[in-house]
Design a protein around this ligand. Structure first.
Ligand SMILES: [Fe+2]
Length: 287
């Protein structure tokens, strides 16, 4: 494999050794090591991976999520494989979703800085996003290095954060991004979860600020005070020097470590242009 750094702090491009290379031949230990160092890896492909290869590649790195992130009352999935999370703006027939569709309104919440699945007690380790169809403009993905952000925090702020526990709620990020309130069944399908605000990254030993737009508050703190702290940390951690922006080419697979980074989608004209982008998610344990 050939590694090319993409940013002074993190993110790397990984090119295969030759054209005959298939993702399922990947040297898993070497990729884990590259991920522990760089946290984001871009794998270019001349053709998009099919779903089966995408799943098989992802499975090399741990237990794969097999349930949709979002189950809305009365909506069907577009894609057959339960491991593939549909991050497109398309309905089950491949048409662009109308502007008022709940699925589209919720997907736009991914334009806020977040880390995947932090609203679940079993966190996500890696996400792998595969680009099938990309719009002509916009829809880049930005990543923030949460180990570098932690390291750069003033000492007093580190001490303030170190022992805090926070609550992550999927619906908090949907609704604060302007999405509709979920119905009761939807709300109960995704209860909130609590996590430490700061953790030590297993593979690198470095400390991480584990932030996401899903955070609704700091446990034991008044709501406003907790949200003010989270907003301050968000602003600090997403300064330009901590951010790598990925401009997609069809076929790219981008893999990131949710326990060391945050990410967000940038806007695009999602009622005019299709964007078909598919995710698999590796979890800390089988769920
Ligand atoms: Fe995400």
């Amino acid at each position: 494999m050939h590694l090319t750094p993409l940013h002074p702090l993190f993110a790397v491009r990984i090119d295969p050794p030759d054209l005959a290379w298939r993702p399922t031949d990947a040297p898993t230990a070497a990729i884990h090591a590259a991920m522990d160092e760089h946290a984001v890896a871009v794998f270019p492909n001349t053709r998009p991976l099919d779903d089966a290869t995408h799943i098989a590649f992802s499975r090399l790195f741990g237990p794969i999520q097999r349930t949709p992130v979002l189950q809305l009352t009365g909506k069907r999935e577009r894609l057959a494989a339960p491991e593939i999370i549909d991050q497109s703006n398309l309905d089950q027939d491949g048409n662009i979703l109308p502007d008022n569709d709940k699925r589209l309104l919720y997907k736009r919440a991914n334009q806020q800085w977040h880390t995947d699945m932090s609203f679940h007690p079993v966190r996500a380790t890696y996400s792998l996003l595969s680009a099938r169809v990309i719009p002509p403009r916009g829809a880049e993905t930005e990543f923030a290095d949460m180990r570098a952000a932690w390291a750069a925090l003033p000492e007093a702020m580190k001490q303030r954060c170190e022992s805090l526990e926070v609550e992550h709620s999927y619906w908090h990020s949907r609704v604060t991004a302007g999405g509709p309130e979920p119905d009761e069944a939807e709300r109960q399908s995704r209860p909130p979860a609590r996590h430490r605000l700061v953790h030590r990254h297993f593979g690198s030993g470095r400390k991480v600020l584990y932030l996401a737009s899903h955070i609704s508050g700091v446990v034991g703190w008044p709501r406003d005070e907790g949200q003010a702290l989270i907003a301050e940390l968000m602003a600090f951690a997403t300064q330009r020097q901590f951010v790598y922006r990925h401009e997609w080419t069809v076929g790219d697979v981008v893999m990131w470590d949710n326990l060391a980074t945050m990410h967000r989608a940038t806007p695009f004209d999602d009622t005019q242009f299709p964007r078909d982008i598919r995710r698999t998610t590796v979890r800390e344990a089988e769920v």
